[in-house]
Design a protein around this ligand. Structure first.
Ligand code: NPW
Ligand code: ADP
Ligand code: K
Length: 479
């Protein structure tokens, strides 16, 4: 499991560790890790040109100490302090001793243009708001130049705790972060600014259970996935009901069923007007035209994909005493009160546009503040909420539970109907007995991986994604 902690928690752990270590030791650990990552990226250090963009805090100190290490290995290192009157003294002295030089902001753009590497030590976890004006031209020069850009701890200008980006920020090829991931490194839009992320262990001890974010890895998902026991039968494995599709959108039903058949339930029941289309494609589906209540027992429902305006079905499903996944049109048709009053768990799976409609804000606002949006929705509805997108977030209604973040997906998944596949898949995992939070995050993980496998660098359709789920499942359980 990968975890991310808030700045407040990182600061507390830092204080505790600093009290036990000689002065400057922690920064040396950070600088050593940073210099090693820069050296790996450069391949050869000797003779390379390195420019350090140095802010007035410890983030700049890390950059200066790492620069000193690179200078000792033969790199030509120039520091550009943004506020020369306030710069980390020890770091600057170390750089000078190692043969590095210092340049003013005027003329720094030329240096950046000729550099092999630009180190962004402008601001780290002490940052507030986007980059200040004086730093912007230098970071724009770095973006234009052929130099690789390495961000120290965080790309300067992104919000460490929320992943929001207010104004200009550095775009890095690599971010070297210390002690733990910060939420901003895992959540879009900030995540996109970070490039690849390398975590350097500096000995921080973070309190278990207080993470803001969790990102499941293969082993975590493998431990969640249901495996039939020798005494299993199809009913014990769980039956998932799919109430989806309409005369206008029969395909949504087929796609949700396609996902559900690969999600671990022992049987899939379909209820709705697209039974013929479903049976033609998947004869193993149990179909009914009697409505959800009389369709036979299920352990979980999926309602909403392609539902059109069929509010009655949505509300009938919400009265069921089993876990319910609400997606797509169902999100619009479900009454907030009916969701909140449910005794059994509810999982809602909006994309940014649907989340925006539920919150009464613009889509851009949701995309710019994904973490806040998913938490707000989970609180309002008393439900688990999965917010789809380039990174998928899963928030629980209960306070203090880390939000799960999934980044296994690919832009190729942005294809009509792939969300229907996800809802069937996650609903099937619910029926197999996973909690809403686990079903949502394991479902998103498998779905993202399946998208990657199915696409393999080329466009795919949603049914291809469903077809690739078993391969993703095997990949996960085989480690
Ligand atoms: N945690 C750990 O365990 C370890 C932490 N370490 C390192 O320490 C870093 C934190 O250092 P920090 O506390 O000195 O803050 P930092 O990020 O340098 O920023 C403060 C300065 O930035 C300025 N500034 C603010 N906003 C700005 C903006 N938008 N645009 C431009 N400037 C802005 C602000 O200026 P002021 O507001 O005072 O004018 C202030 O001077 C951390 O990220 C990591 O790299 C490692 O060394 C060892 C282990
Ligand atoms: N850029 C992207 N990177 C990764 N995954 C994406 C991206 N865009 C969309 N997805 C995923 O594709 C799926 C699209 O779902 P949705 O928007 O509901 O589509 P539809 O309504 O057409 O089925 C979601 O699982 C979403 O997380
Ligand atoms: K930085």
């Amino acid at each position: 499991m990968r975890t991310a902690y808030s700045v407040e928690t990182v600061r507390a752990a830092e204080r505790e560790l600093m009290a036990r270590l000689p002065e400057g030791a922690l920064m040396q650990r950070a600088a050593a890790g940073l210099a090693a990552a820069c050296a790996d990226l450069l391949g050869r250090v000797y003779g390379r040109r390195v420019v350090l963009l140095v802010g007035s805090g410890d983030n700049g100190g890390d950059a200066l100490h790492a620069g000193a290490r690179l200078a000792r290995r033969g790199a030509g290192v120039t520091a550009v302090p943004l506020s020369p009157e306030r710069v980390h003294e020890g770091g600057l002295a170390a750089l000078r001793r190692a043969g590095g030089s210092v340049a003013g902001v005027a003329g720094a753009e030329d240096l950046i243009e000729r550099a092999d590497l630009v180190v962004d030590g402008i601001v780290g976890i002490g940052g507030k708001g986007g980059l200040r004006a004086e730093a912007v031209p230098l970071t724009e020069a770095a973006a234009r130049a052929r130099a690789a850009v390495v961000a120290v701890d965080l790309p300067s200008g992104v919000d460490a705790d929320t992943g929001e980006v207010h104004g200009a920020a550095v775009r890095a090829d690599l971010t070297v972060t210390f002690g733990t991931h910060k939420p901003g490194l895992l959540v879009d839009p900030a995540r996109e600014y970070a490039g690849s992320v390398r975590l350097v262990d500096i000995g921080l001890e973070l309190p278990g259970g207080s993470a803001q974010l969790e990102a499941l890895q293969h082993a975590d998902v493998a431990a969640l996935l249901p495996v039939p026991a020798p005494e299993s039968d199809k009913y014990r494995r769980g039956v998932v009901g799919i109430a989806a599709g309409s005369a206008r959108y029969p395909g949504a039903a087929v796609l949700a069923v396609a996902g559900a058949l690969r999600g671990g339930a022992g049987a899939v029941r379909y209820v709705g007007p697209a039974a013929d289309a479903v049976i033609a494609r998947f004869p193993e589906t149990l179909v009914s035209d009697q409505g959800p209540r009389r369709a036979g027992r299920v352990q979980a429902w999926v309602v909403g994909p392609g539902a059109g305006d069929d509010a009655d079905t949505v509300n009938e499903v919400l009265r069921a005493e089993v876990p319910v996944l609400v997606d797509a049109d169902g999100l619009r048709l479900a009454e907030a009160g009916a969701v909140r009053r449910r005794a059994a768990p509810t999982l809602m799976t909006p994309h940014a546009g649907e989340a925006a409609a539920l919150l009464g804000v613009s889509r851009e606002e949701v995309e710019g503040a994904r973490l806040a949006a998913v938490r707000e929705l989970a609180g309002r509805y008393g439900a688990t909420v999965l917010l789809k997108g380039s990174t998928t977030l899963v928030a629980d209604a209960a306070d203090g539970v880390p939000v799960r973040v999934n980044a296994t997906g690919t832009g190729w998944l942005a294809t009509a109907g792939s969300g229907d596949v996800l809802s069937g898949l996650a609903g099937s995992l619910l029926a197999a007995g996973l909690s809403t939070r686990d079903a949502a995050s394991a479902g998103a993980y498998l779905h993202g991986l399946a998208g990657r496998f199915a696409a393999d660098g080329a466009p795919v359709g949603a049914l291809d994604v469903a077809g690739a789920v078993p391969g993703a499942w095997r990949d996960v359980v085989s480690g």
